[in-house]
Each structure stands twice: as C-alpha cells, then as structure tokens.
Design a protein around this ligand. Structure first.
Ligand SMILES: NC(=O)c1ccc[n+]([C@@H]2O[C@H](COP(=O)([O-])OP(=O)(O)OC[C@H]3O[C@@H](n4cnc5c(N)ncnc54)[C@H](OP(=O)(O)O)[C@@H]3O)[C@@H](O)[C@H]2O)c1
Length: 212
C-alpha cells in the first residue's frame, strides 16, 4: 500500500488534508512538532512522527511514496524562520524525498513565487524563499506538483476554483478548504506530475479544472 507523508499536518490546511486522508484506507504519516494537535483526529492508521523541521527529519521518509509539504513559518515569525522553514526545510524535504525514492512531491507554494520581483510587497523575502524552494524541487528529479494559491481565507469551501489568475488582487483569495480539496485531488492523479497550478476561488469544479 502506498504511504503519504504530510509535512505541516498540524497547520490549518495540513489538518484538513490529514483528517480527510485518515478517514480513508490510505496509509498516512504526519510530521508535526506537537502530536497533541492531532488528538481530535481519530484514526488507528495514523502514524505520527514528532520532529522540528529546523533539525534532521529524514526518519519521517522511510517507506513513503508521496509527500505533501504544507508547512510554513507563518506571518507571526521573522525572516529567519522564513529562511529556515519555507526555504531550507523545504529543500531538505526534497533531498530526503530523493533519497527515499518518493514518487510524487506536492509542494504548497504561493501566488507570487514565480516572480518575487513582479510586485512591491512586504512579503518579498517569503516569496523569494518559496521561489527558491520551488526551483529546487523542479530540478531535483523528484516527480512534483506545485500549488500556488492566492491569499488564504477561512471562508467555507465551495469546491469551486480557477487556475487562471484574476486581474485584481481582491479576486485572488481562496478558502483553505478548497486548497485542501485540490491537494487531495492532485494526490490521486499521477498525470499531474510536473504541473504548476495557481489556485483562486472560482466557478470550476476542482476535478474538472485541474485536469483540463
Ligand atoms: N496565508 C496565505 O495567505 C498563504 C497564501 C499562499 C500560500 N500560503 C502557504 O500555505 C501553507 C499552509 O498554510 P496554512 O494556513 O495551513 O499554514 P499554518 O496554519 O500556519 O501551518 C503551518 C504548519 O507548518 C508547521 N511548522 C512551522 N514551522 C515548523 C517547524 N520548525 N517544524 C515543524 N513544523 C513546522 C506548523 O507547525 P505548528 O502547528 O507546530 O506551528 C504548522 O503545522 C504555508 O506554506 C503558507 O506559506 C499561505
């Protein structure tokens, strides 16, 4: 049976992905700093590795076929954590994946990571970190899909998205649950290897637009 490793499983999107996968027969391993954050997810098959992404976390990759990287340093930390988590931990996750012969690495990146110079923004260091992590994955030889959502909201998911970048920033947001749903769909599709998707709230069904 194939096994999926979710890195950042205690985060907001990470918990949504973990809860849905844990309710299936899929073999799931989660990497978290504090396993009590997953106490509410009841699943006998849930395999939890406690580790800090700033340290060695290679032990989490043993026997893993697919990796979902949904970790992030968050808005309340400084540029040091952006560098250590969004860039360096993502880079290490790609290296460990290569060593473990992972078949599919799904990276949760960000809108703007394609070209951090494109707009003047306070979050440019974060976009540079995401850009470099994405680039590293793309040339690593590890099969990948990169997801670059617009600003995340906690609005109720509609299951409706678009992958075409809207003209206005106000139209670029997307509920976290729709990003989780899109990530879970990508997980089921080998033919989305090598694809890079920008994701925004929209009017198309996830399973239609991502294979269009
Ligand atoms: N906010 C936005 O508008 C936006 C837009 C586009 C993309 N994104 C990206 O989307 C992703 C997920 O978003 P989200 O809202 O679900 O994030 P979140 O709730 O902040 O979750 C971040 C996760 O990363 C984990 N993490 C951070 N540092 C760690 C470390 N040193 N060791 C182990 N785990 C660590 C956190 O663990 P703890 O629970 O232990 O803290 C948590 O599980 C992030 O990569 C973010 O950059 C965000």
């Amino acid at each position: 049976m194939s096994k999926t490793l979710i890195i950042g499983a205690s985060g907001q999107i990470g918990q949504m992905v973990t809860k849905t996968l844990a309710e299936t027969d899929e073999a799931v391993r989660t990497l978290v700093r504090d396993k009590s954050k997953l106490n509410h997810i009841k699943s006998s098959g849930l395999d939890i590795v406690e580790a800090d992404l700033e340290n060695d976390f290679s032990q989490a990759f043993e026997g893993v076929d697919t990796v979902i990287f949904v970790a992030g340093s968050g808005v309340s930390t400084g540029a040091d954590k952006t560098l250590l988590v969004d860039l360096w931990a993502a880079k290490k996750a790609v290296d460990y994946s290569k060593q473990a012969n992972v078949k599919h690495f799904i990276m949760l990146s960000s809108i703007g990571a394609d070209d951090p110079d494109a707009i003047a923004s306070d979050i440019k260091p974060y976009l540079v970190a995401k850009h470099m992590a994405d680039q590293y994955l793309m040339v690593s030889g590890v099969p990948f899909t990169i997801v670059r959502p617009g600003p995340l909201t906690n609005d109720e998911g509609q299951g409706k998205i678009t992958i075409r970048r809207p003209d206005n920033l106000e139209e670029m947001s997307i509920p976290r649950s729709d990003v989780a749903k899109s990530t879970l769909f990508i997980l089921t599709r080998d033919d989305l290897n090598g694809k890079i998707f920008e994701l925004f709230g929209g009017t198309y069904d996830v399973d239609t637009v991502l294979v269009y």
